[in-house]
Design a protein around this ligand. Structure first.
Ligand code: SF4
Length: 307
């Protein structure tokens, strides 16, 4: 926030902030968002405002048919009208998941391997967890919830991917009162949005690993750029920390191994982050050349030997 820039802008438009902050707006005054057409007419909103001052209720058009229309302006009654959806039919009975929470049993921790590709690459980590939370809810999966004022289903996306990058074996850890992991796998895949697919579900008995290894695949040209830079000791990018200090993120400190035949690079990933390939390509001005990158897999500590 730069106060001076705001004041300069006000001068530019020959107005003072007090004109707005102290003014009691009248219905006919122009509002900054007046140009946004949400369908509801301004006259309708004004009439609602006037009615609210007299404590007069407006009937809810949704509880009846269009004869109850109060003329808000949203419907054209051709392509757009108010209509109740008929009750949906579940593709299966979710009760099969729902048989443990009342028995004081401990929840189970599961690792879910899933695919995130095509349009699903646009979901951030938080959105991905929400997608799974919705799907579990729709299927009545008996999840364990966090405590506190805003309990949330216990779902963690391990070292989430950058938005825009495909992942073929991403990992979620969930805590749920479900004994049969195959039910999770078979049933939930039916309703996950396109781009997401659950590939495996297994019990997770270990503690969360402090460090994991992620395998990234690159298209051949991008891989050769990266390997060339690595050989010349310039496979790094600069990052500015929150405190404004410049930090060099060097691939040498992260790389575990590479697989030239399959254009794969294995890098360490931990709480402090990992090597961001897209940042590197951006800094060498190569990103526009269509770097194709995907995370092929991410391995827990016990799987490192096989990585
Ligand atoms: S029926 Fe449509 S146009 Fe009429 S009040 Fe309801 S939402 Fe508005």
């Amino acid at each position: 926030f730069d106060f001076n820039k705001w004041m300069n802008a006000f001068k530019h438009y020959s107005s003072a902030p007090e004109d707005y902050s102290t003014k009691i707006l009248q219905p006919e005054d122009e509002l900054p968002w007046d140009f946004i057409d949400i369908g509801v007419k301004k006259e309708f909103l004004v009439s609602e405002f006037e009615k609210s001052k007299k404590e007069v209720m407006t009937k809810d058009c949704r509880v009846s048919n269009t004869s109850m229309c109060v003329g808000c302006g949203v419907c054209d009654f051709d392509l757009l009208r108010n209509e109740f959806a008929s009750p949906g039919k579940k593709s299966f009975n979710g009760n099969e998941f729902n048989n443990m929470s009342d028995t004081n049993q401990e929840y189970y921790s599961y690792v879910i391997d899933f695919e995130k590709k095509d349009s699903a690459v646009l979901f951030s980590a938080i959105e991905t967890c929400r997608v799974f939370a919705h799907v579990f809810k729709m299927c009545d999966v008996d999840m364990s919830y966090s405590r506190g004022y805003n309990p949330q289903p216990r779902i963690s996306y391990i070292y989430p991917l950058s938005v825009g990058v495909e992942g073929y074996n991403e990992k979620l850890i969930i805590k749920a009162y479900v004994k049969d992991k195959n039910l999770l796998l078979n049933q939930l895949n039916k309703i996950l949005p396109s781009g997401f697919k659950m590939k495996d579900v297994r019990l997770f008995e270990n503690k969360m690993a402090d460090e994991m290894i992620a395998a990234y695949s690159l298209n051949f040209e991008a891989y050769m750029q990266l390997i060339g830079a690595l050989g010349e000791e310039r496979a790094f990018y600069k990052k500015t920390t929150k405190r404004g200090r410049e930090k060099i993120i060097d691939l040498k400190e992260y790389i575990v191994k590479k697989d030239d035949e399959n254009c794969l690079v294995y890098v360490k990933i931990n709480g402090r982050g990992s090597f961001n390939f897209l940042e590197f390509f951006r800094q060498i001005n190569y990103i526009d050349s269509k770097v194709l990158i995907a995370r092929e897999n991410i391995f827990f500590t016990e799987e490192l030997q096989n990585a």
